[in-house]
Design a binder for this molecule. Sequence first.
Ligand code: HEM
Length: 239
Amino acid sequence: MNNQYQQVYVWSRYLRLFHWINVLAITILLGLGLIIFNAKTLGVSVDGKILLKTLHVITGYVFAINLLLRLVMGFFGKGYERWKKTLPFTKGFSQELAEFKQQPHKKYKGHNPLGKLMVGALLLSMCIQMISGLIIAGTDIYYPPFGQYFAKSIAIDSSKLDLIEPYSKENVDDQAYLEMRDIRKPFITAHVYAFYTLLFLIPLHIVGVIVAERREKTALVSAMINGYKYIPKKDNRDD
Ligand code: HEM
């Protein structure tokens, strides 16, 4: 290492773990989601669809728990886990953006302002996926946290909820079922549009990391593995 540079610990063990669990969960969710989306064209059977949706929802729980923990850490965590150092539009952000434009070689300990915009957009799309996903999991395969509620709302005999199964009409009131499908519609639409948004944002995020690394040369990529960046000892850097 050049002795003008120092090694600084930026991404905590918790943040790195969140990041890689998130990458893995989203990759599986995108893959399964794509198959569910094209199930008709692919000729997937009803049992196959139920299996795919169940796997998607179980992976969705891992994704949701990981994301909820991250949201909490934004308020109670330390250093770069906190929202102040993660999200755009906090106090002083427009100043940060102006400096970013004026000083192209400025080094950043945390995210540069464009990085903060990207993280904000990613987290927002992921929250929309989590909320819409948890709701449609209840209307479709009657899984928690809303499965019991929706099953009750469509049951002819609510003492026999165990008879209500995915893609079956047993113990299901036709009119109540249609009403439940109407409630579900906007959440499916949100789920699909947030999916398209993520398909656009994820490659952009990767390109952004490559461009930022070429511009700042702080070892951005390995920092998300070992936690350390390399920045000048003084001047031309952001704390
Ligand atoms: C980044 C996260 C996620 C992505 C990219 C994603 C993507 C998708 C896609 C593309 C579909 C197909 C939509 C369609 O057929 O119209 C889908 C369906 C579904 N997703 Fe997700 N999803 C995510 C998270 C979740 C979560 C957290 C849950 C719940 C725990 C969930 C539950 C469901 C369910 C139940 C369906 C089936 C809906 C149907 O009946 O078609 N998803 N998802």
